[in-house]
Design a protein around this ligand. Structure first.
Ligand SMILES: [Zn+2]
Ligand SMILES: [Zn+2]
Length: 438
């Protein structure tokens, strides 16, 4: 009864939050066809913002589309919430007028946006939207057509020298992924962000002939599964085998097309994989990657320090502490060989760490580049005569979560003669491209 009551409260809170969301994403076919733009978040929940244009800027009320102000090239304007809680357009330290909920900035040239945190000016293509959120803070978003967005996303995801077929596969994946994430940042007034959380939007000067060609050659192509958008997760290097999303991220992520495949020139079903055999596999399609195989060596004191600092973070329980580790072992693996459960023992305690958390235990405790490169690893302990651990050797394979397309594997497949269609079919079994027959 109590549970049901709590659920009702949560539903009521969600409905309220939904009513306040300042943005409703368009349906994906409209964005795909170029009939509606993609909104990319470039500044979130700031106390104030300022902008100036390389050319004249027209300030438009985003709700009724009337012109609010005209700015000369180089002229600076800002937006901030006053002590009365109202948000105003400001110039030279004084309020000009009340700000509409959405301020639309149009210009023939790029517009430079200033954020207080971090204190930087960044140039963005117009139109730029400044959105006042229900809590009084302001966000900024660039509006751009999907195909235009891809021109600055693809260069951030690939090496310019990658094979054209790999680039095409990655362009289709990036396009489909963006459509899957429409409205992900609706609470901040936008669809996707410009960071690794969604997809990295790189500076325009990284565009290359090869990435431009891949986007043009695949224009409008997306990946479908049973007439719905497929969620094409991808990572840098799978180490020779991709994994099941349901095992790595939890049952709610399980998809028929996100099941592990062997990333090597064999046709057998990978089945249950032995980690030692996998670490010895030399002919993976992603073997050219510098992260295909890796090793980390830790003296026991370093592991003790990492565990003492990170165990409360990765388990989410601040009361979990351990000063000295007496054993650290992989207790359970996914069928494709990734660490599913890591057991950490010491001082009479025995603690379980699940899935990717095992990677962050060896970094700063939170997802990021300083943890282990992947969850596809094996641990070897060296002990002294008394049985106390003295050193740890971790041998691993690949970099990233290992779900869906393997970028270095896609490159290996392209060099081996596979087309982008064959590459996508290999990593997302059971899917089809939008121009292929169901
Ligand atoms: Zn994001
Ligand atoms: Zn791979």
């Amino acid at each position: 009864m109590l549970t049901r009551y709590c659920c009702l409260l949560l539903l009521a809170a969600a409905a309220l939050a939904g009513a306040q969301a300042p943005y409703t994403p368009p349906a994906y076919p409209r964005v795909l066809a170029g009939a509606a733009p993609l909104r990319m978040l470039v500044a979130s929940r700031q106390a104030m913002l300022a902008w100036k244009g390389a050319a004249a800027v027209t300030v438009i009320n985003g709700e009724d589309r009337t012109v609010a102000l005209a700015m000369r090239a180089g002229e600076m304007l800002g937006i901030a919430r006053g002590a009365d809680g109202r948000t105003s357009l400001r110039k030279d330290g004084a309020n000009l007028r009340a700000a509409p909920q959405i301020v639309r900035l149009e210009s023939q040239e790029a517009i430079k946006l200033w954020t207080p945190t971090p204190d930087t000016w960044t140039a963005y293509p117009a139109p730029l939207l400044i959105i006042t959120l229900p809590d009084g803070t302001v966000s900024a978003a660039v509006e751009l057509p999907l195909e235009e967005y891809l021109r600055d996303v693809l260069p951030a995801e690939v090496v310019p020298s990658f094979h054209p077929q790999m680039m095409r596969a990655q362009a289709i994946v990036a396009r489909t992924y963006a459509l899957c994430k429409l409205g992900r940042h609706a609470d901040e007034g936008a669809d996707v962000c410009a960071d690794v959380h969604c997809q990295v939007f790189g500076p325009a000067n990284r565009r290359a002939k090869s990435t431009e060609e891949a986007i043009a050659a695949t224009k409008g192509l997306i990946l479908l599964h049973r007439e719905r958008l497929a969620e094409p997760y991808y990572s840098s290097c799978c180490g020779g085998i991709t994994d099941d999303a349901g095992y790595v991220w939890g049952p709610e992520y399980a998809r028929a097309y996100l099941e592990g495949v062997l990333d090597a020139p064999r046709t057998t079903n990978p089945g249950d994989v032995r980690i030692t055999e996998l670490l010895g596999m030399k002919d993976g399609y992603c073997a050219a990657s510098s992260s295909y195989r890796w090793e980390r060596r830790y003296p026991a004191a370093e592991v003790n320090a990492l565990v003492a600092k990170n165990l409360p973070i990765v388990t989410g329980d601040p009361k979990v502490t351990m000063a000295t580790v007496s054993d650290l072992r992989v207790e359970e693996r996914t069928p494709r060989g990734r660490v599913a459960t890591l057991r950490v023992e010491g001082g009479g305690a025995s603690i379980l760490v699940f899935g990717d958390q095992a990677r962050w235990l060896f970094g700063s405790g939170v997802p990021g580049g300083d943890g282990l490169w992947s969850a596809l690893f094996d641990i070897t302990l060296t002990r002294d005569a008394a049985g106390t651990p003295t050193a740890y050797l971790i041998r691993g394979a690949g970099r990233g979560h290992g779900l869906g397309l393997c970028q270095w594997g896609a490159e290996g497949r392209a060099r081996a003669g596979q087309t982008f269609r064959q590459i996508l079919r290999a990593y997302y079994p059971g899917t089809r491209l939008s121009d292929e027959k169901p």
